[in-house]
Design a protein around this ligand. Structure first.
Ligand SMILES: [Fe+2]
Length: 296
């Protein structure tokens, strides 16, 4: 069985035991897991050269990933940590929102260790190691991008702190829901699906795009995609759907620009501007809400 997405007994046991932070049992990867990684990496490579931003390309080089084998997280971290003090931290599955952002604040990136099925390379029932290590982690080698992620973590702490000051339980939950929704939207349209302006036109830095063979091309070339300069007031009120190619994307001018936006997000949160964002997707689940409330 190996460590295949939704089919890995090792992961099922960890989840049953409530173990979120785990080890990467490298010997469990099967030949078909390694082959899936090799195929994914091989077909993505030329597309990265065409569509990815230069910080990503530099990052993927400095991580020295083996194109033919599933990466060992300890190897990845050996190259990553000296650059930005970030590290990839193996997890058994979904990390509730507050914990996720808190990890970023500590320069740890919760990382899935399973690999998608070899016979379904384009189907992702949940994130896998290719999305996390090939899509996200190369960006973490860039100091300005890494700082923006840490600032996201600060936002989560601010949200919990603000919530703690509201005595009415119902009102506290209502505001937290709105703030978490705003943060999730902002994260989605930047870290997961962001574009960046460059001298050579728009390039991709969002990890959802960087790890998708079809969408990385579609998002830049298709006339069906709307691409706008990012505006914070738009993004926090904009719903999105996760089950198809994104029809609406936003671009930043660079990672200093991204950092300024996250900084602004935190200020707006303090000013109460995130307390009533437009309803709609994404939903805020009970685990996300509880993770913030616990830290209030
Ligand atoms: Fe992601």
């Amino acid at each position: 069985m190996g460590l295949t997405t939704t089919e890995a007994p090792f992961i099922e046991v960890a989840r049953e035991q409530g173990a979120l932070y785990i080890q990467q049992p490298y010997e469990l990867y099967s030949d078909s897991n390694h082959l899936a990684w090799a195929h994914l990496y091989e077909r993505m490579h030329d597309r990265w050269l065409t569509y990815a931003n230069q910080h990503f390309l530099k990052g993927i080089e400095s991580l020295c990933l083996d194109p033919t084998r599933v990466p060992r997280l300890s190897d990845v971290n050996r190259f990553l940590e000296p650059l930005t003090h970030f590290s990839a931290k193996p997890v058994s599955g979904y990390v509730p929102a507050f914990k996720f952002f808190d990890c970023l604040r500590n320069r740890e990136f919760p990382t899935t260790i399973t690999v998608r099925r070899l016979d379904q390379l384009d189907y992702l029932p949940e994130p896998d190691i290719f999305h996390d290590i090939a899509g996200h982690v190369p960006m973490h080698t860039d100091p300005a991008f890494a700082d923006a992620l840490v600032r996201f973590g600060d936002c989560a702490h601010t949200a919990a702190e603000l919530a703690a000051s509201i005595s009415d339980e119902q009102e506290r939950m209502r505001r937290l829901t709105s703030i978490i929704r705003a943060m999730a939207r902002f994260f989605w349209f930047t870290v997961e699906f962001g574009l960046m302006n460059s001298q050579n036109g728009l390039k991709v830095y969002g990890s959802g795009l960087l790890s998708s063979y079809g969408e990385i091309k579609h998002c830049i070339e298709s006339p069906q995609v709307q691409r706008f300069p990012i505006q914070l007031e738009w993004v926090i009120n904009q719903s999105f759907e996760i089950d198809h190619y994104q029809p609406l994307l936003f671009y930043v001018e660079g990672f200093d620009h991204l950092f300024e936006l996250v900084d602004q997000l935190e200020k707006w949160m303090r000013e109460g501007k995130l307390d009533n964002v437009a309803p709609g997707e994404p939903g805020v689940n009970a685990a996300d809400l509880a993770s913030f409330a616990e830290h209030s």
